[in-house]
Design a protein around this ligand. Structure first.
Ligand code: SF4
Ligand code: SF4
Length: 87
């Protein structure tokens, strides 16, 4: 089962962290939404490496990212059969 990173918006938005956005090896995959004050994952770009989970857990100590099966993810896709998804 392919797993992708998912960020808990409630936890992340309570911080002003942004740390994980500097470590994801895939460009434009963890982005930052300044309006919602949270990082978010462009799910269809995530390669499932789990680096961001270690950064959030160990460095930031916020525990806001978990890996979830892509089949359980309903939001966060930039491209879909329905067109461009706005975060
Ligand atoms: S490291 Fe965690 S708390 Fe920090 S921006 Fe990323 S998801 Fe949010
Ligand atoms: S699992 Fe890897 S590719 Fe996916 S968002 Fe996290 S650091 Fe980026």
């Amino acid at each position: 089962m392919y797993a992708v990173a998912q960020i808990d918006v409630d936890i992340c938005s309570a911080t002003s962290c942004r740390l994980c956005t500097q470590f994801c090896p895939e460009s434009n995959t963890i982005n930052y939404d300044v309006k919602r004050n949270t990082a978010y994952v462009a799910v269809d770009r995530c390669k499932g490496c789990e680096i961001c989970v270690g950064i959030c857990d160990t460095l930031a100590k916020h525990h806001a990212i978990k890996m979830v099966p892509i089949t359980e993810v309903v939001e966060g896709f930039e491209m879909s059969k329905l067109g461009f998804h706005k975060f």
